[in-house]
Design a protein around this ligand. Structure first.
Ligand SMILES: C[S@@+](CC[C@H](N)C(=O)[O-])C[C@H]1O[C@@H](n2cnc3c(N)ncnc32)[C@H](O)[C@@H]1O
Length: 325
């Protein structure tokens, strides 16, 4: 007899990084939503049904969402992030977390996974996070949260810390759930970068070249131009890939090779989020693709969380030792 298939709802889906991780772990996506039309180009190129429904989540009729078991959402972090507009929950009515809460309240899925920037926990002296936890508890969920880094938990050479919040209606399931352990980082960024790239990615002969050429001198290191200086990233790891890479290509990590100095290509930023080589990118502006990659998630980290959720949903327990091997 086959095991039950768990159905997931992919909210704030972007280009589908969370979906990819959950599908690799054996979950079935039944509905996907995001209000960004450009994301749809990438999303629909890579996934069969369901395609991305482009709609503002506030305008989505909760009753129209098909039956699902697990809610997934890397909800936007602006209102929680120091880099954002600092208002946090003062803007409560418009806050997307509360839309998630409304969907949980109306549909009561048995579990959820939420993802956000690490500083969600510290925002407004911890008050924001307390409200989130309290709201989820009042809705009947038992939660656990943890900050995981792609380089320590996904074997992907990107220094990316994100907070993950899981919840189960069943208290026992929440108790036995555990986040994945650390695993060794065996991969270097060079395994994710190509020997050749189009000329447009090179700084050679561009105005910035003179300012950076002396500092960017090793092929073994990843660099970043920080407006006035070159930042060096050690240990063969790339810095956190962020959505603002899309703004004129600034902040895109820089590497050196036999041909010169260049920024990573959009494809490389997707690979450094753990997307598979066969993930297709549409023919749209590089800026849009960088934005999408930076906004997404590290797929293997999501997959490992999803695998642990699946064990628990199927009534099992997580044995940390077994997962290490
Ligand atoms: C941090 S990104 C999540 C990306 C996703 N996890 C991925 O793998 O690509 C947040 C997403 O929320 C979407 N979003 C923001 N406000 C929204 C709204 N009101 N309704 C629907 N989607 C929204 C954005 O377009 C963006 O793609």
């Amino acid at each position: 007899m086959g095991k039950k298939e768990f159905r997931t709802l992919d909210l704030f889906a972007g280009v589908g990084g969370i979906r990819l991780g959950f599908e690799k772990a054996g979950f079935k996506t039944i509905f996907a939503n995001d209000f960004n039309k450009t994301c749809k180009e990438t999303y629909d190129l890579n996934f069969d049904e369901p395609k991305l429904t482009v709609k503002d989540i506030w305008k989505l009729d909760i009753k129209d969402i098909p039956k699902f078991d697990i809610l997934l959402g890397g909800f936007p972090c602006q209102s929680f992030s120091i880099a954002g507009y600092r208002r946090g929950f003062n803007e409560a009515r418009g806050n997307l977390f509360f839309r998630i809460a409304e969907i949980l309240e109306e549909r009561k899925p048995q579990a959820f996974l939420l993802e956000n920037v690490k500083n969600l926990k510290g925002h407004d002296k911890g008050k924001t996070f307390k409200i989130i936890e309290k709201t989820l508890k009042e809705l009947g969920y038992h939660t656990k949260s943890k900050v995981l880094n792609s380089m320590t938990h996904g074997n992907i050479p990107q220094n990316r810390e994100r907070i993950f919040i899981i919840g189960f209606l069943d208290k026992k399931k929440a108790e036995v759930f555990d986040f994945p352990n650390e695993i060794p980082l065996t991969k270097n960024f060079k395994e994710f970068t190509a020997n050749e790239a189009e000329d447009k990615y090179y700084y050679n002969e561009k105005p910035l070249y003179e300012k950076i050429k002396n500092d960017i001198n090793s092929e073994e290191t990843v660099y970043q131009w920080r407006r006035k200086y070159v930042r060096v990233n050690k240990k063969g790891v790339v810095p956190t890939l962020t959505a603002n890479m899309g703004l004129g290509g600034h902040n895109v990590p820089i590497i050196k090779n036999h041909k010169g100095i260049r920024k990573l290509t959009p494809k490389e930023t997707f690979l450094l989020q753990g997307f598979p080589e066969n993930f297709k990118l549409p023919d749209i502006a590089s800026g849009a693709l960088y934005h999408q990659a930076g906004n997404s998630v590290t797929v293997p980290v999501i997959q490992r969380i999803a695998e642990n959720m699946k064990i628990v949903l199927e009534g099992g327990r997580i044995n940390p030792q077994e997962l290490l091997n």
